[in-house]
Design a protein around this ligand. Structure first.
Ligand SMILES: [Zn+2]
Ligand SMILES: [Zn+2]
Ligand SMILES: [Zn+2]
Length: 407
């Protein structure tokens, strides 16, 4: 759950609002939305924001990936002028004209975030600033190393460019969430659960619980491919979201034809008031989840656990603590900010991500807690004391779903 307030710490860039549309951002003119999840869209439905944004005298623009722009336009509760919603192609630098005393243009590059369909990270270059804002993401280090806009070619070796500030998805920056299976492994675990259940009884069905509006589509495709049948989804969701994602074309359907695998709704499977699946003894509810899979749970129960008649399969759309540490070390930013701070202090997260000599496999007693070690990470890496106390092309074709991961 993002706790990012919408504004970057860089005062020169205070005209940019990211992943928040609340009243304190009404002075911004350049808005960016990393993906279509509620915790990144606070205020977007507010009357005050919509009035300000739609006023042509204001120079407000909203930039996002082609798919996110499509979701925005199709959503019936969001009423923003379509000519102010601008989709940027992923992977290419865009010079954006901005309204600021300090800059005439800034350069923004969208990078695939691998979190949910349409999700991107923003690389923002302006003057001396080169900022990477990850939004929510799940990218492995070896894939990040292939993102050319982040790299500088030094004698055939790709090193990361100097990042002046990294705004990081720290959802799982905790020793309790050191390692998650890769998405491919999670999908294989899910397929095994589904297959075992369907083989037990010809009347058996599967109800996949959706964690949010979008998020587990990668797994849905893998399941549909394996069983060679489309997954039943809610018609409204199909119309608003899935019908615009080319990669889902043959793998989800809003048409109920005795499907055995459903991903229609969280609580019960019903579409258009037609109850496609009554929850009874033949229905196994399966939830893809990461939060429940702490280090201790994984060490005793593995990547699949059953609790209160719900089968949970470990699947994360955010980086594990280990993945975060690898990425921070590789990018080696000058400043580090955290987009998710819940029940932790900034200092605690900072130490977890930068602490050397720490592995979760070590028994707790031998973990060396040395606060000074964070300063050794890099000469360029400066601890930012100011934030230590923080509590907390117009759309004319169907966009492609970026490849979530190369595994
Ligand atoms: Zn989020
Ligand atoms: Zn999200
Ligand atoms: Zn259904």
């Amino acid at each position: 759950m993002s706790t990012f307030g919408g504004k970057l710490e860089e005062k020169e860039l205070s005209f940019i609002g990211i992943d928040s549309f609340e009243s304190h951002l009404l002075s911004c003119s350049t808005f960016m939305l990393s993906h279509f999840h509620k915790d990144h869209m606070r205020g977007i439905q507010d009357h005050s924001f919509q009035v300000a944004f739609n006023n042509t005298k204001n120079n407000m623009m909203l930039y996002a990936s082609p798919l996110t722009i499509t979701f925005l336009k199709r959503n019936k509760t969001i009423h923003l002028r379509e000519d102010k919603l601008v989709s940027l192609e992923i992977g290419f630098p865009n010079l954006l004209k901005v309204h600021s005393d300090n800059f005439e243009y800034i350069c923004v590059t969208l990078l695939p975030a691998g979190h949910c369909p349409g999700s991107v990270m923003f690389l923002i270059e302006a003057g001396a600033h080169r900022i990477l804002y990850t939004g929510d993401f799940r990218i492995q280090l070896q894939d990040l190393k292939l993102f050319k806009p982040l790299l500088i070619d030094k004698e055939g070796n790709d090193d990361p460019k100097n990042i002046s500030a990294l705004y990081l998805d720290t959802t799982f920056a905790s020793k309790n969430y050191y390692e998650f299976p890769m998405r491919k492994e999670s999908s294989a675990n899910l397929i095994k659960v589904v297959e075992e259940w369907l083989n037990q009884d010809p009347n058996n069905k599967i109800c996949l619980w959706m964690p949010g509006y979008v998020g587990i589509e990668y797994a849905i495709v893998e399941v549909a491919k394996y069983f060679k049948c489309p997954i039943h989804v809610h018609k409204q969701k199909y119309d608003e979201l899935y019908s615009s994602i080319a990669e889902l074309d043959n793998y989800v359907t809003p048409v109920y034809t005795n499907n055995r695998i459903h991903a229609c709704s969280k609580n019960e499977c019903d579409t258009d008031n037609v109850n496609c699946m009554q929850l009874n003894k033949n229905v196994k509810c399966v939830q893809l989840n990461a939060l429940a899979f702490t280090k201790d749970v994984i060490s005793t129960g593995g990547h699949v656990i059953v609790k209160n008649n719900i089968t949970r399969v470990c699947y994360s759309s955010h980086p594990s603590c280990k993945e975060l540490r690898e990425i921070v070390r590789f990018l080696n930013p000058e400043k580090l900010y955290f987009n998710v701070i819940v029940n932790q202090t900034y200092k605690e997260i900072y130490d977890i991500l930068t602490e050397n000599n720490w592995t979760p496999r070590a028994v707790k007693e031998v973990v060396q807690e040395n606060p000074k070690v964070v300063l050794k990470l890099s000469n360029r890496f400066k601890f930012n004391h100011n934030v230590q106390n923080k509590t907390e092309d117009t759309f004319n074709k169907r966009p492609r779903l970026e490849s979530p991961e190369r595994e």
